[in-house]
Design a protein around this ligand. Structure first.
Ligand SMILES: O=C(O)C(=O)C[C@]1(C(=O)O)C=C[C@@H](O)C=C1
Length: 419
């Protein structure tokens, strides 16, 4: 499967964020956004908000790990080059423009619950009609959704105050984890402040007058292709399947290029927006197809105990035996349920070599583990569990403690639904 690239007209992209007008573009420097020094035990007794901001400031000052993870630290330059239009769209300023000033925090920045959604600027990846746009609308009703061409542009848009929040997919019930966003959560300093689950109802879209028999190709986001894999085969569409950046972008591409041999998998809203016909409706392999998105902000929220909360952490384990078992038992012994565990390659230390004189050198792969558990950081059980986890880990970071999405399950309420 290969990727088709095509220009987005109204989406934020890296060129918008980092001035393309410089004659010799300065390359961004590499800087660590996370350290490997665990905090002291007493720090873990305080709230998630305090914890996470401690970590952030420690990381900011931690030059020692500077070559660990590439991230943007050229914010000052970016600020002076940016100009924000009133509609929230980004444009590139001239050198002598007034420098872009970050806004001071307001109370709504600290309380990112949906009721504060009015005209919040929310970055998402894709173009209008993408499921991520719908997720942004579900998370923050009445928000101004800002399309971005890549996930890391959405992260940067929030970091640079171009957007107030980002809403990004992390996992799908059929396709599994969206690994890129797990990796980006570590490279950036944003906090998870909420989650939203969106039933995803896919349609097969083509130009008006086109029938299934004419098709030689189906294009969509790789997750959408994998969510519809079996249904496409059942429909007799054993044609080329090609990945593009997002579902609605695929629909726009078919429409803009008048492609008579190509269909897109996208939402019914994308069909309306880009003037395509729905050839088949509900083509996801499971009717209960759902994608989980996280809401990201510059500041964490204050964790509470008066409603169900989830906490997301990431850790790297130290040497020793049964470390993962010990870490996970810290939650089990306190009756804290884990809802998700994900491992990703530890890019800064991908391999551990263990020499054995007689046999040779064993190579172990090193991992970062992402765990979600059902407790608030305001809950003493979670604080104690993390104190214990810290003893077995070389690195631990709380990505966020946030209200669980408790909306009643109703798959047919998806924005992708054609009816
Ligand atoms: O392409 C889109 O419409 C998206 O919003 C992205 C995305 C994803 O990354 O998983 C979101 C929901 C669906 O699972 C399919 C694609």
């Amino acid at each position: 499967m290969h990727s088709i690239s095509f220009p987005y007209s109204n989406t934020l992209n890296l060129n918008h964020i980092f001035s393309p007008k410089r004659v010799a573009p300065t390359r961004l420097t590499v800087r660590s956004v996370y350290g490997f020094e665990p905090l002291t035990r007493s720090d873990w007794q305080s709230s998630c908000a305090i914890l996470t901001s401690n970590v952030a400031s420690q990381e900011l000052n931690d030059g020692a790990a500077a070559d660990h993870v590439p991230a943007v630290n050229d914010h000052k330059n970016a600020f002076t080059d940016l100009k924000l239009l009133p509609n929230g769209k980004l444009t590139v300023g001239e050198k002598n423009d007034k420098p872009f000033q970050p806004k001071p925090l307001t109370i709504s920045d600290l309380s990112p619950a949906p009721m504060h959604g009015s005209q919040l600027r929310v970055a998402y990846q894709g173009v209008p009609g993408a499921y991520s746009e719908a997720a942004a609308g579900k998370a923050y009703p009445n928000c101004e959704a800002i399309p971005c061409d890549q996930f890391d542009v959405a992260f940067k848009a929030v970091e640079l105050w171009i957007a107030d929040r980002a809403v990004l997919p992390v996992e799908n019930s059929l396709g599994g984890s969206i690994h890129r966003n797990y990796d980006l959560l570590l490279r950036h300093r944003l906090h998870i402040v909420g989650e939203v689950q969106l039933p995803v109802h896919h349609c097969l879209l083509a130009l008006p007058g086109i029938r299934k028999e004419y098709l030689t190709r189906v294009i969509s986001h790789p997750q959408a292709l994998s969510q519809c894999e079996h249904t496409l085969t059942k429909l007799g569409l054993n044609v080329a399947r090609e990945a593009v950046d997002d579902t609605a972008g695929a629909a726009e591409f078919v429409a803009n290029n008048n492609l008579r041999d190509t269909a897109a998998i996208a939402s019914a809203r994308a069909a309306d927006l880009y003037g395509l016909n729905v050839l088949a409706d509900g083509i996801q392999d499971d009717p209960n197809n759902v994608t989980r998105f996280v809401m990201l902000a510059r500041e964490p929220i204050i964790p509470r105990t008066d409603r169900p909360f989830k906490t997301s952490i990431v850790f790297a384990h130290d040497k020793g035996t049964s470390v993962l078992f010990k870490v996970l038992s810290a939650f089990a012994f306190r009756n804290i349920s884990l809802t998700k565990i994900e491992s990703r390659p530890h890019r800064n230390r991908p391999i551990r070599l263990v020499d054995d004189e007689n046999v040779g050198t064993a190579k172990h792969f090193e991992y970062l583990f992402y765990v979600d558990f059902e407790a608030s950081m305001a809950d003493v059980r979670a604080q104690n569990a993390l104190s214990e986890v810290q003893e077995f880990t070389s690195f631990l970071r709380v990505l966020g403690s946030y209200p669980m999405d408790m909306t009643p399950w109703n798959p047919s309420s998806s924005i992708g639904d054609h009816h």
